[in-house]
Design a protein around this ligand. Structure first.
Ligand code: NAD
Ligand code: UDP
Ligand code: UDP
Length: 321
């Protein structure tokens, strides 16, 4: 029996990715809202592997248990099914607040819910941060710049957002969330950080979330037409490979060639209020944080293409079980 228990213990410890040992004083209790989503699950991996205790709070609107399933049962990990629009009383040292739908079709699906998540949800997390004295990082977005009149966009630019257009629930929701962070900082002394994330892609992106990277890769892999909205002259800078700027048409051609796909390129009507040019000015981040992207765009795309191919295979296999 003792041998059996040892075997069981061994298989248990091998079940998880390797985790660093941190002393009590260095180990933080970290809350990640939206931690079962694309960005949040990668952050979960990083903080778990660094040896911290991680609590993921997610309502699984766009996130999936599968993204964090490799940690389930680990003593440093907890997964809570909870909507941040409802108050949350737990004890933590740091909060990474990512909970929010992120792709245009997802956030436009229920604009009122998107507004509630970004306003009431952020208020709740700031109230929590205030009560327990935790530092909070808000995952904001390049969408706070709207259809920008300044190019490339730096931290000082205030943006150009249509407050009543179809994207407003997200853009304005995030703008209020940022305002709340700074109000809690000034009035209540809560330590806050705001990261304005620009178009990011990679493994664990939802295949059907309607963003341009997932749409084009899926369409190319399935031999369907790549759907370009408008002329395709609008630009984005994609992270993995930021801040290289590409037109959407160039991007469609690039994905087509990387997949070696025979798909056609199809032009569809322009999306309303679609930002025409977008690229981050990352000089400040480089100077103050020493941060710059290290993975070239094509390499990031190839990895994502491989991930999507495996996901398609997984789906096909599960269909017939
Ligand atoms: P995602 O959709 O994969 O993840 C969002 C997560 O939040 C999901 O797991 C979802 O279930 C969860 N969520 C949504 N509403 C919730 C609620 N009310 N309560 C609890 N959980 C909720 O998207 P992502 O790309 O990983 O985005 C993560 C964060 O980064 C978002 O705040 C998004 O606005 C921001 N961001 C992402 C990008 C990008 O390109 N990926 C760009 C700018 C900003
Ligand atoms: N809140 C929470 N968890 C906490 C503390 C507060 O969810 O641990 C919520 C609380 O429900 C409130 C919001 O955060 O609606 C803002 O809290 P704050 O203390 O700033 O405001 P007040 O409760 O005084 O209105
Ligand atoms: N886009 C496109 N075809 C698609 C999906 C998106 O041409 O199938 C365009 C979209 O109009 C926008 C750009 O690609 O100009 C980026 O769109 P995405 O939804 O990925 O992100 P966001 O608009 O939030 O930057």
């Amino acid at each position: 029996l003792r041998e059996k228990i040892r075997d069981l213990e061994q298989s248990f410890s091998q079940k998880y990715p390797p985790v660093k040992f941190l002393s009590e004083k260095d180990r933080k209790r970290i809350l990640i809202t939206g931690g079962a989503g694309f960005v949040g699950s990668h952050l979960t991996d990083k903080l778990m592997m660094d040896g911290h205790e991680v609590t993921v709070v997610d309502n699984f609107f766009t996130g999936r248990k599968r993204n964090v399933e490799h940690w389930i049962g680990h003593e440093n990990f907890e997964l809570i099914n909870h909507d941040v629009v409802e108050p949350l009383y737990i004890e933590v040292d740091q909060i990474y607040h990512l909970a929010s739908p992120a792709s245009p079709p997802n956030y436009m699906y229920n604009p009122i819910k998107t507004l509630k998540t970004n306003t009431i949800g952020t208020l709740n997390m700031l109230g929590l941060a205030k009560r327990v004295g935790a530092r909070l990082l808000l995952a904001s977005t390049s969408e706070v710049y709207g259809d920008p009149e300044v190019h490339p966009q730096n931290e000082e630019y205030w943006g150009h957002v249509n407050p009543i257009g179809p994207r407003a629930c997200y853009d304005e929701g995030k703008r209020v969330a940022e305002t709340m962070c700074y109000a809690y900082m000034k009035q209540e002394g809560v330590e806050v950080r705001v990261a304005r994330i620009f178009n990011t892609f990679g493994s664990r992106m939802h295949m059907n979330d309607g963003r341009v990277v997932s749409n084009f890769i899926l369409q190319a892999l399935q031999g369907e037409p790549l759907t370009v909205y408008g002329s395709g002259a609008q630009t984005r800078a994609f992270q993995y490979g930021n801040p290289e700027e590409h037109t959407i048409l160039e991007f469609a051609r690039l994905i087509k060639s990387l997949v070696v796909s025979r798909s056609q390129i199809q032009f569809l009507p322009e999306a309303q209020d679609d930002p025409q040019r977008r690229r981050p000015d990352i000089r400040k981040a480089k100077m103050l944080l020493g941060w710059e992207p290290v993975v070239p765009l094509e390499e990031g795309l190839n990895k994502t293409i491989q991930y999507f191919s495996r996901e398609l295979e997984h789906q096909a296999n599960n269909q017939y079980i």
